[in-house]
Design a protein around this ligand. Structure first.
Ligand code: PMT
Length: 410
């Protein structure tokens, strides 16, 4: 299975919090994404959820007791510590965080945490107030210093009715952090990649805009794939999709704002990938007041060119453009490589069903500056992103004098 989780063995440790019910959805989504999920439940967790819940969702043994020698699963935890690609503690209670930080090993989860060399992700969940406690914070810092990825907590309403920091992150966010954990020493580690996504909106008046059909899915897939290969990612977006975790997200609306944000982010970056559908024209002047329909039977709007962002991007950054075309795909894309001085262009055939704007899949041909073609089949946008990043990684390593930044960590 493609994606960051296909075939990866992950131990999911669940400690005693009401948020344990959310871990069922997380375990299910990890399994659906192709991971082999071994669940470890503490005694506290068993007060909230049952082993059967997780056995049914993961189709794998669930470990609950360190000392039950009659259970074939009891000895499993030793093998788990050795064989897993990652240990994820979600939800992690204040008590479990303390145990793992201090090396106390008295239940299957804390024993596995002590025994494993696999990367660790901790997703805290506790009542408001506890997260602010100095003891909890000190233990979290200890874990972070040892290389653990701390995912959350989020802010909001607690089961107790209190509001504050301490909510377990939502499943989509946990999945994002888990993917990032698995890939943090990937081939783009130490690289900074700027990605643009979405269609820009150019104001006509305070109410109306000129925009296009870009959903942002292609750009977000690239940003997430780059993060999952270890890159530091800056996503400059005008799309309405939720912020992906583990990257800097800069929200913009117009082409002019996107230009400023992209050029800012390019300072010190290694690559720029412009998947955004940037408006080529904007109204010459946005009206200060709403245009009233009584004004005239016809309305004409003067349009002027927007700045070409790719052409302005610094030359020491690997520059990748997209070309969404409905005819003469390859000729138009080749012309853009030359005109915008690109290292690579993604020629996007938007006439193919289920490709281009708004679709989950895409049909593209990669064209480099020497004119070499790589015609990819119709693929999920994440897979297109991975194939594109293979090329970006190769272009980056071919560049002399620009090595990945040492010591980068998320
Ligand atoms: O967002 P989705 O719904 O997932 O759809 C994805 C997509 C179809 C938007 C995407 O795959 C795509 O093809 N994006 C480029 C859209 C396009 O038509 O670009 P263009 O041919 O107008 O521009 C060529 C390149 O120059 C693009 O990389 C563009 O970002 C860049 N550009 C364009 C105008 C401008 N003023 N500055 C730019 O840098």
């Amino acid at each position: 299975m493609s994606g960051p989780f296909g075939g990866r063995r992950i131990a999911l440790g669940i400690s005693g919090s009401i948020a344990a019910y959310k871990a069922a959805d997380f375990a299910s989504k990890l399994t659906q994404a192709g991971a082999l999920v071994d669940v470890l439940l503490t005694k506290g967790a068993l007060e909230f959820v049952t082993p059967l819940t997780f056995r049914s969702l993961t189709h794998r043994p669930v470990i609950t007791d360190l000392f039950d020698i009659n259970s074939p699963d009891a000895v499993e935890h030793v093998a788990i510590a050795r064989d897993i690609a990652a240990l994820i503690v979600a939800p992690a209670t204040a008590q479990m965080i303390t145990k793992v930080a201090l090396g106390i090993a008295d239940d299957p989860l804390s024993v596995t945490a002590l025994a494993t060399n696999a990367p660790l992700m901790v997703a805290p969940a506790m009542d408001a107030g506890m997260w602010d406690n100095a003891a909890v914070r000190a233990h979290i810092e200890t874990l972070r210093e040892r290389g653990a990825l701390i995912a959350g907590p989020g802010r909001g309403r607690m089961a107790s009715g209190l509001h504050g920091w301490g909510r377990l992150l939502e499943t989509a966010e946990l999945l994002g952090y888990a993917a990032m954990l698995l890939g943090r020493h990937g081939d783009l580690a130490g690289r900074t990649i700027v990605v643009s996504a979405g269609g820009t909106s150019e104001a006509i008046d305070p109410v109306r805009v000129i925009t296009n059909r870009s959903s942002g899915k292609m750009g977000y897939a690239i940003a997430e794939a780059a993060r999952n290969r270890g890159a530091r990612v800056v996503l400059v977006t005008s799309a309405g999709l939720p912020d992906p975790v583990g990257m800097l997200v800069v929200r913009v609306e117009s082409a002019a704002q996107m230009r400023d944000a992209v050029l800012d982010a390019c300072d010190g970056a290694d690559a720029l990938i412009m998947a955004a559908a940037v408006a080529d024209y904007r109204p010459a002047a946005a009206r200060a007041d709403k245009v009233k329909k009584e004004e005239a039977q016809e309305l004409r709007i003067d349009l002027v060119r927007t700045p070409d962002i790719l052409s302005e991007a610094p030359r020491d950054v690997v520059r990748v453009g997209f070309a969404a075309e409905s005819r003469d795909l390859l000729a138009n894309a080749r012309a853009k490589v030359a005109k915008k001085q690109l290292d690579l262009i993604v020629a996007n055939d938007i006439t193919v069903p289920n490709a281009g704007f708004g679709a989950e899949t895409n049909k593209v041909t990669l064209i480099d500056r020497d004119g070499n073609l790589d015609d990819l089949p119709l693929l999920p946008k994440y897979d297109v992103a991975m194939r594109l990043l293979d090329r970006v990684a190769a272009l980056l390593s071919a560049r002399v004098g620009k090595r990945p930044h040492a010591g980068h960590a998320h």
